[in-house]
Design a protein. Structure first.
Length: 44
């Protein structure tokens, strides 16, 4: 994740959370991506 993305996320937290939820549902279809999402959730 680039620095610019982090800034945008911080500026639009709620919108990002809604988008992230959709990304999680999509990526969860892939076992590897699902494991990555779990790792991100643990650090978030």
């Amino acid at each position: 994740m680039s620095f610019c993305q982090v800034v945008k996320i911080s500026a639009t937290r709620k919108a990002w959370i809604d988008t992230f939820a959709l990304q999680v549902e999509f990526l969860a279809l892939s076992p590897v991506s699902g494991m990555a999402i779990q790792a991100v959730r643990q650090t978030a």
